[in-house]
Design a binder for this molecule. Structure first.
Ligand code: CO8
Length: 258
């Protein structure tokens, strides 16, 4: 499918979405958001895609929601359109692993998009922030909730109340990003990580994602019970038999995603 605001490619089982409005630092316009949703919907039912990377063209991952598009809107406009609700729910409901490869500014809705992904790989040039307070609003695509869970109340509160940016090193120390990579290696490494994930059994990767995410939604005892039930259920898959047999036979596993 040809898009106005995205570049989309596949590299075997890995789907790569590049947000492509570099002249606007990849600001999340309604068109861009609906195109991301369309592509994720297509890949959710495409069995050949087993992991997705989202990144940005140019010097930003995304510098937030499109301020020029939002500026004139009224309360009724954003309420009745349920602004950003479909974007948030489509990404958070996507069942296959998604990696954010953050190459530059990830601000406001851009930081929230990165946090909607399953984990963040950041280049040394990445900058994270929730500067909405400077615009007379606050984060609205999950920033107050996800940032707080990831970095704790004190840092989240400071960032949301002051709009200060965090550099990549601070974001890694704070637990917002899983790893910081040299800028010229970010996509090469992100592709390697995605290929590694895509080489695993897809249903097992999906159940693993669902179980880690359950840690944010349940008590510890409910989460442990959920983990144990899915762990037991994995013994009903062909891929568990293959993975363990391959270990014993000292050969690479050939998963069938069954
Ligand atoms: N929206 C629209 N255009 C943008 C945005 C944006 N978020 N960010 C940058 N641009 C545009 C600029 O207007 C400029 O365009 P032009 O050349 O036509 O003037 C171009 O991108 C380049 O930007 P700058 O010239 O400003 O580049 P600098 O290097 O000087 O500065 C910054 C880079 C610091 C990133 C700066 O652009 C900036 O502060 N951007 C805005 C960051 C921001 O405030 N983001 C939060 C937006 S609000 C939000 O995300 C809310 C989400 C929740 C909504 C929930 C609803 C339910």
């Amino acid at each position: 499918m040809a898009y106005e605001t995205l570049l989309v490619e596949t590299d075997g089982p890995v789907g790569i979405i590049t947000l492509n409005r570099p002249e606007a630092l990849n600001a999340l316009s309604s068109k861009l958001c609906s195109e991301v949703c369309d592509q994720l919907h297509a890949w959710s039912s495409d069995a050949s895609i087993r992991c997705v990377i989202i990144t940005g063209a140019g010097r930003a991952f995304a510098a937030g929601a499109d301020i020029k598009e939002m500026a004139p809107q009224s309360y009724m406009d954003v309420y009745l359109n349920d602004m950003f609700a479909a974007f948030e729910t489509t990404i958070s409901a996507f069942r296959k692993p998604i990696i954010a490869a953050v190459n530059g500014f990830a601000l406001g809705g851009g930081c929230e998009l990165a946090m909607l992904c399953d984990f963040i790989l950041a280049s040394e040039t990445a900058k994270f922030g929730q500067p909405e307070i400077n615009l007379g609003v606050m984060p609205g695509i999950g920033g107050t909730q996800r940032l707080t869970r990831l970095v704790g109340k004190s840092k989240s509160m400071e960032m949301c109340l002051t709009g200060r940016m965090m550099d990549a090193a601070e974001a890694e120390r704070a637990g917002l990003v899983s790893r910081v990579l040299p800028a010229d290696k970010l996509m090469e490494d992100a592709r390697k990580v995605a290929q590694k994930i895509a080489a695993a059994s897809l249903p097992i990767a999906m159940m693993t994602k669902e179980t880690v995410n359950a840690a944010y939604e349940t008590t510890l005892s409910q989460g442990l019970r959920f983990e144990r039930r899915l762990f037991h259920a994995m013994f009903g898959t062909e891929d568990q038999k293959e993975g363990m047999a391959a270990f014993v036979d000292k050969r690479p596993a050939q998963f069938k995603n069954r």
